[in-house]
Design a protein around this ligand. Structure first.
Ligand code: KIV
Ligand code: ZN
Length: 519
């Protein structure tokens, strides 16, 4: 049976989603989970774009050994050299070089002729082949490119030795039958195309990314580029979970195998949401909160009689387990370890210790601990990625009393004696943040604050995500607590601790400014 290769670009194109910036530690954690999910290729980043991206690709290449690790490079020697350097220690490395091919991009962005475009594409592929025999060429904006010219560029890239040719719908412009026609035209026109893997890369501007990807598979594409939860530039990329489950559920129409371990889908989606603070909408296919909920009486009745009446796949197939009341105040360490194991998380002794402490604290505040609470404990308590330079010791707020809310806050720095301050604000969070500003030297501007309830009920754990700017650089912080004001201050300190550990803020600012994507 033919296989469809799954090329995950969550860490590169996905990270270009507004607000989805990840630290190198977060990317590494995500890369390990993508490995567990079974993706064939992880596009780890765009090394020339910043030293952080370079370091992150390098670290993933060193530590994540099974999947092919790809790095993106424009079709220039300097980009390709930098990407190759980042991939030096990869077990299996892929250089992914791209060049725009549409007249719109050639005229307005690159200011080069079609002939020059062909030459540059071939030269880039030849240069990349000096480092690895796994070279992917992408014709950026392929679906707004004259198809006859697209065939010429692809011919040049194939002749130069590319092993994968990607046909991106960069601006999410195409529709399924058009995409299918273009891929078929490539197959019938380009000599030697049978030696390369044709790949598809769809953006979701018209909501057609997954449908277009499947149409391309029907036309002969054997690699799909996609992201977890469909995150990505603008309206996002094709969602990995939707493509993979379409191929699995409709195996009758798509007789292909993938290497994806589908019960890892839900866990991977949750980890990404936790890291980025971007949660899929409730009705999102496969990973939305309601994806397996049956509300209407007639549906519930059908489900009780026979699940297949209204269910085309089971929640278990994608790793969703039924949420049950499992643990409480008197549950022991072993029970906690067992439940984590049942949920698919094998904790080492250290992580279990930390999780157990948090579990006990939570059980004092909340009678019943649900699976989602455990996941929240796991994410917030056992995956700390940043030194706790500033630590919350005390928070008291008085609110609901006009004209202002008042907060008293105690914070320690580097394990020293906590210092306290008080402040007013329009609400309790504003007051607590104002008190913070009196204690900590990092001035922050709050761009976004989101509260996500991990579990139902009044005693739910609130997971708070903040996006703040420190000296113009954006940091995401996360905090969780049944008290959302405490959660918000924890999230603020998490972001500030990231800022504190970023070595030279000024330098990072310059790096961001020199991010040359698409130029
Ligand atoms: O959308 C796009 O064209 C891309 C390429 C770099 C593959 O992301
Ligand atoms: Zn893209």
């Amino acid at each position: 049976m033919d296989r469809i290769l799954v090329f995950d670009t969550t860490l590169r194109d996905g990270e270009q989603s507004p607000g989805a910036t990840m630290t190198p530690a977060e990317k590494l954690r995500m890369a390990h989970q993508l490995d567990a999910l079974g993706v064939d290729i992880i596009e780890a980043g765009f090394p020339i774009s910043s030293p952080d991206d370079f370091g992150s690709v390098q670290q993933i290449a060193r530590e994540v050994r099974r999947p092919v690790i790809a790095a993106l490079a424009r079709a220039t020697q300097i980009d390709i050299d930098r990407a190759a350097e980042a991939l030096e220690y990869a077990e299996r490395a892929r250089l992914h070089t791209f060049l725009a091919t549409s007249d719109i991009h050639l005229t307005h962005k690159l200011k080069i002729s079609r002939a020059e475009c062909i030459d540059r594409a071939a030269a880039a592929v030849r240069h990349a082949l000096k480092y690895t025999d796994d070279v992917e060429f992408s014709a950026e904006d392929a679906m707004r490119t004259d198809p006859a010219f697209l065939c010429q560029v692809v011919q040049a890239a194939v002749d130069a030795g590319a092993t994968t040719i990607n046909i991106p719908d960069t601006v999410g412009y195409t529709y399924p039958s058009e995409y299918r026609r273009v891929i078929e035209q490539l197959f019938s026109t380009v000599t030697g195309i049978e030696k390369v893997v044709i790949s598809v890369h769809c953006h979701n501007d018209l909501g057609l990314a997954v449908a277009n990807s499947l149409a391309a598979v029907e036309a002969g594409a054997r690699q799909v580029e996609c992201t977890i939860n469909g995150i990505g530039e603008r309206a996002g990329n094709a969602a990995l979970e939707e493509i993979v489950m379409s191929l699995k559920v409709r195996h009758d129409a798509f007789p292909f195998a993938t290497s994806i371990n589908t019960p890892e889908i839900h866990r991977t989606s949750q980890l990404l949401s936790y890291i980025t603070g971007i949660h899929p909408q409730p009705n999102k296919a496969i990973v939305g909160k309601n994806a397996f909920a049956h509300e209407a009486g007639i549906h519930q009745d059908g489900m009780i009689k026979d699940r297949t009446t209204y269910e085309i796949m089971t929640p278990e197939m994608v790793g969703v387990s039924d949420s049950q009341l499992v643990l409480g105040k008197h549950s022991g360490r072993n029970a906690l370890a067992r439940r984590f194991r049942e949920l698919g998380y094998e904790l080492d002794v250290e992580d279990l210790d930390r999780a157990y402490k948090l579990f006990k604290l939570l059980a004092d505040q909340k009678k019943t601990i649900l699976d989602e609470d455990l996941i929240s404990i796991l994410h917030h308590g056992t995956m700390e990625d940043v030194p706790e330079t500033f630590k919350l010791h005390e928070l008291r707020v008085v609110c609901g009393k006009l004209p202002h809310a008042e907060a008293a806050l105690g914070i320690s720095e580097n394990g020293g004696t906590p210092r306290s301050s008080t402040a007013d604000g329009d609400g309790p969070i504003a007051a607590a943040f104002a008190a913070y500003q009196k204690l900590v030297p990092f001035r922050v501007e709050l761009d976004e604050l989101q509260v996500h309830s991990a579990t139902p009920g009044q005693d739910a754990v609130g997971e708070v995500t903040v996006r703040v700017r420190v000296n113009g650089v954006t940091f995401t912080g996360r905090g969780a607590s049944p008290d959302i004001v405490v959660g918000a201050v924890r999230a603020l300190l998490h972001a500030v601790n990231k800022a504190a550990s970023a070595r030279v803020l000024e330098a990072r600012q310059l790096e961001k400014a020199s991010y040359l994507w698409g130029v």
